[in-house]
Design a protein around this ligand. Structure first.
Ligand code: F6P
Length: 537
């Protein structure tokens, strides 16, 4: 096996260090160090990142940072930012950071400065967004647009819907936004049920413009619109496309004047700040969209320029590796204490799991060590009344990321204090638990004591910020993008392809005609053949 990560001296050191840490408790780490919370904390860009409630000491951090350095992280970061083709399986640069680079910056991809084009597209998006927002853009019958329906899936849906929900507070309320992704007809049917075609704009968002779900929904949308507006000429007023594929866009019948482009160096799950963010820009307006881009850019600069030891995404990534590869954790909870962030965990699922859910290194070798983690979560406090039981008293180790904001966007009396008290309390309870002795002192009957004990020693990070703003959302997303990158760099995998989604798509294409024609001979396995027969009826 070539160049096996787990054979490196630093990995061996981490393994033996793990032996000395695996039984160390967070409680003892705190009692040994009265200033632990100040030392295991990073404050930058208005983010208060507390990582003191982790099963790490100074030596753990120093070894993990050494791992990052010896993995060539610094050089790999530079390679990404300067447009090297680090996505080697697809022979592409990875330049989502160029999407938020200020105008005037030079970033070369294949010798061409990509920044002017990025800003040209942003300007066209702004012009279009303003025309929709002001009512100046008229539909086919002369009415202004009141409904925006984004049709896309994966990165062409999760980013737009997450950002719309997250930044709803800043959105224009006389516009209705809907997001259709699923090929299940119910998704489209419900999205348009109460809409009038002559007031509706469809944004067909697809990097490739060939994705089965999106193209099927787009064709259904066209039929739905033409059923009401009859003339093909209506398409130009009610359909725009966001894509890298001009040919397919015009083949679909959308004038490329109504197309907003981006390039293949933007991965789908890294595209919410490209033209894929058109629905976001229409919702919150160009100024807020630019604030969001600025937040992304601030985090890009932090990631690129801050020493590893003080680098927020790098520390996040290293903690992940510590739990996944040494403690054997398989999951990571994302727990935002802000209801606007309800789609943030779902967004991060694609970002993290489609990126690092890989078992083969860049050299094509099986890793032999765990990569990636199952990301999931719900906003607090809702999750507390559902799955937190397992985080507190279950048998799995589930590291948690908490997110809180000091100022509520909707400051109703008492709510914010209650919300933040709950977030802070959860981290405390997870880390320090409650002993049998404490439970006993409360007069709990002997037989119930074991049920009421909280072992504690369950790790969490807490991210505190002032307020949920477009800029802060940009920082949060970029922070995870770069944490994913860092983990990929250390695990020696490619976070930028997604070949694992292909096989299912190919098999579905074979099965579609088999469902439609009862006479077709079935040559699948016994189970699959029977499922097809059951569907056929
Ligand atoms: O099937 C996976 C995937 O390729 C994602 O990576 C991507 O975000 C999604 O499909 C949608 O792709 P497109 O934007 O090309 O329609």
């Amino acid at each position: 096996m070539k160049n096996q990560l787990t054979e490196t001296p630093i990995w061996k050191l981490l393994e033996s260090h793990f032996q000395s840490m695996k039984n160390t408790t967070i409680k003892s780490l705190f009692s040994d160090d009265a200033t632990r919370a100040e030392r295991f904390r990073i404050e930058d860009l208005g983010i208060y990142f507390d990582y003191s409630k982790h099963r790490v000491n100074a030596e753990t951090l120093s070894l993990l940072c050494r791992l990052a350095k010896e993995s060539g992280l610094g050089e790999k970061i530079e390679a990404m930012f300067t447009g090297e083709k680090i996505n080697i399986t697809e022979n592409r640069a990875v330049l989502h950071t160029a999407l938020r680079a200020p105008s005037g910056t030079t970033i070369l991809a294949d010798g061409v400065n990509v920044v002017p084009e990025v800003h040209e597209v942003l300007e066209r998006m702004a012009g279009f967004s303003n025309a929709i927002r002001s009512g100046e853009w008229k539909g086919y019958t002369g009415k202004s647009i009141r409904n925006i329906v984004n049709i896309g899936i994966g990165g062409s849906d999760l980013g737009p819907v997450m950002a719309y929900e997250a930044l709803k507070f800043y959105s224009l309320r006389n516009l209705t936004f809907r997001f259709v992704s699923n090929i299940d007809g119910s998704d489209f049917a419900e999205a348009v049920k109460d809409l009038q075609a002559d007031e509706t704009l469809f944004i067909i968002s697809s990097k490739t413009f060939t994705t089965l779900e999106t193209m099927t929904n787009a064709r259904t949308a066209r039929t739905w619109l033409l059923d009401q507006l009859v003339s093909d000429e209506a398409i130009a007023r009610h359909f725009v496309a966001v894509s890298t594929n001009e040919k397919e866009v015009s083949g679909f019948g959308i004038d490329t004047c109504n197309m907003f482009g981006f390039r293949d160096w933007v991965g789908g799950r890294y595209s919410m700040d490209s033209a894929i963010g058109l629905s976001t820009m229409i919702a919150i307006g160009p100024d807020h969209f630019h604030d969001m881009l600025d937040g992304f850019h601030q985090m890009d600069m932090h990631f690129r320029n801050t020493p590893i030891e003080r680098n927020i995404p790098v520390i996040m990534a290293l903690l992940g590796i510590w739990y996944i590869d040494f403690f054997g954790a398989q999951t990571q909870a994302i727990l935002p204490y802000d209801n606007y962030l309800r789609r943030f965990p779902a967004y991060l699922q694609q970002l993290t799991m489609e990126s690092n859910g890989k078992h083969v290194t860049l050299d094509g070798e099986t890793t032999g060590y765990p990569t990636g983690s199952v990301y999931w979560g719900e906003p607090g406090t809702n999750g507390q009344h559902s799955f937190y039981q397992m985080i507190h008293q279950g048998t799995l180790l589930i590291p948690c990321d908490f997110f809180g904001f000091r100022t509520s966007l909707n400051p109703l009396p008492l709510h914010q204090d209650y919300l933040m008290a709950n977030m802070i309390a959860q981290g405390e309870a997870l880390a320090f638990g409650k002993t049998a002795e404490d439970v006993g002192k409360e007069g709990v009957p002997e037989n119930l004591i074991p049920h009421k004990v909280f072992e504690g020693n369950r790790p969490s990070s807490t991210f505190f910020m002032e307020k949920l703003t477009p800029a802060n959302l940009g920082k949060m997303v970029a922070m995870y993008e770069h944490a994913v990158f860092t983990q990929g760099a250390i695990w020696r995998i490619n976070p930028f392809d997604q070949m694992g989604v292909e096989l299912g798509k190919v098999l579905a294409m074979k099965i579609i005609p088999e469902l439609q024609d009862n006479r077709k001979w079935l040559d699948h396995d016994n189970s699959t053949n029977n499922l097809i027969k059951y569907y056929r009826g």
